[in-house]
Write a protein that binds this ligand. Structure first.
Ligand code: ADP
Ligand code: TRP
Length: 338
């Protein structure tokens, strides 16, 4: 008996085009996305979720800018178009057709359980039908490319579970004893730490406590200078584990260096000289500056050559679209649309 081989794992994730990305986004999401292209070369699909952005953004020029900015950011930080696809969600309009087919087999009970919808309304976002239907479009995003691995943050886990349920509903309604129409996706939860912002809360654009990814020089030093610390005087022992500056420093240092810096904190001294928060902040600013220097240079190049960015987005969409087309054709036939 010959069993059908399981489909090759395909990584798929959407990126919100929500303006300048920050260090929290970098360690929380972007690093993992880029690392997955090494593990699954040719099978890492990333798209910029511009249809989804319309649920909260009503400024066409800003939407275009944000999409471009997200693409430039990923390409600068190492997304390699030879190993990954990076496309605009809206270049594949077929997702809406699949979202509709999913809507017709999905009960209102499931939709009404959406925690992200409730959270967004609680934040004051207008409860439009688009916002309510967000999970249908996101499920279609995943299922249309037979995405099997979906790297997301915890806040997106329920959406991936909804996609699993919706795939099952469509399969149960229409696949009969034949092969499933849609492949069941699994979420990959990163092990990334929560990156603290300058006030010690989670770094987030909603809290105004962020360090943008590509800041450098004086502006960067000013932002790092604003990180809240206690008022222990210079030369006294400090506690690395409760310090927001150390929380960020750790992300840029290997274990040996982390131990060394923690040692300076606890001693309140470095090489016989007093060590205080000002020194820790200078060290952090230098590290951020150096870490992102190559990416900043690539970014400058891409900003001068928007046609290169556009070419990646178009070429990726051209490669992704036949897959979407195949899924939609299969589903259309199965439901009786001819
Ligand atoms: P924001 O909180 O700034 O609005 P998003 O919600 O758009 O950020 O997050 C996009 C991605 O970045 C998500 O995968 C999220 O988990 C990750 N992320 C955002 N902020 C942080 C943070 N401070 N620490 C770790 N990951 C983060
Ligand atoms: N909702 C996701 C977010 O806010 C973005 C997204 C849209 C997505 N479609 C997706 C993520 C499909 C993973 C898979 O971050």
């Amino acid at each position: 008996m010959s069993a059908t081989p399981p489909p090759a794992p395909r990584v798929l994730s959407g990126i919100q085009p929500s303006g300048a990305l920050h260090i929290g986004n970098y360690f929380g999401a972007i690093v993992q996305h880029i690392a997955l292209q090494d593990r699954y070369p040719g099978q890492a699909y990333y798209f910029i979720a511009d249809y989804h952005a319309l649920t909260t953004l009503r400024d066409p020029a800003r939407l275009r800018e944000n999409v471009f900015d997200a693409a430039v950011t990923y390409l600068s930080l190492g997304l390699d178009p030879a190993r990954s696809l990076l496309f605009r969600q809206s270049d594949i309009p077929e997702v809406h057709e699949l979202a509709w087919l999913l809507a017709c087999v999905t009960g209102m009970g499931l939709m009404e359980r959406s925690t992200s919808y409730k959270d967004k309304i609680a934040q004051g976002i207008k409860p439009s039908a688009g916002l309510f239907n967000y999970p249908l479009l996101m499920a279609a995003d995943i299922l249309i490319y037979d995405g099997t691995l979906v790297p997301v943050g915890k806040d997106q886990l329920q959406h991936v579970e909804f996609a699993q349920d919706m795939a099952t509903y469509l399969n149960e309604a229409y696949a009969g004893d034949g092969p499933p129409l849609l492949v069941r996706p699994e979420a990959i939860l990163g092990t990334a730490p929560i990156v603290p912002g300058s006030d010690g809360r989670k770094m987030s654009k909603s809290y105004g406590n962020l360090i943008p990814l590509f800041e450098s020089g004086k502006k960067l030093r000013k932002l790092v200078g604003q990180i809240v610390t206690d008022s222990t005087p210079l030369g006294q022992p400090l506690h690395p584990d409760t310090c927001n500056v150390y929380g960020l420093l750790k992300l840029f240092a290997d274990e040996a260096e982390q131990a060394q810096i923690a040692g300076w904190y606890r001693a309140g001294a470095r090489d016989g000289q007093p060590f205080g928060y000002g020194h820790a902040k200078m060290l952090l600013a230098d590290k951020i500056d150096a870490h992102f220097a190559p990416a900043r240079a690539r970014r400058e190049h891409l900003l001068q050559h928007p046609d290169e960015v556009e070419a990646v987005l178009r070429d990726s969409a051209a490669r992704a679209r036949p897959l979407a087309r195949a899924t939609i054709d299969r589903c259309r036939r199965a439901v009786g649309l001819t």
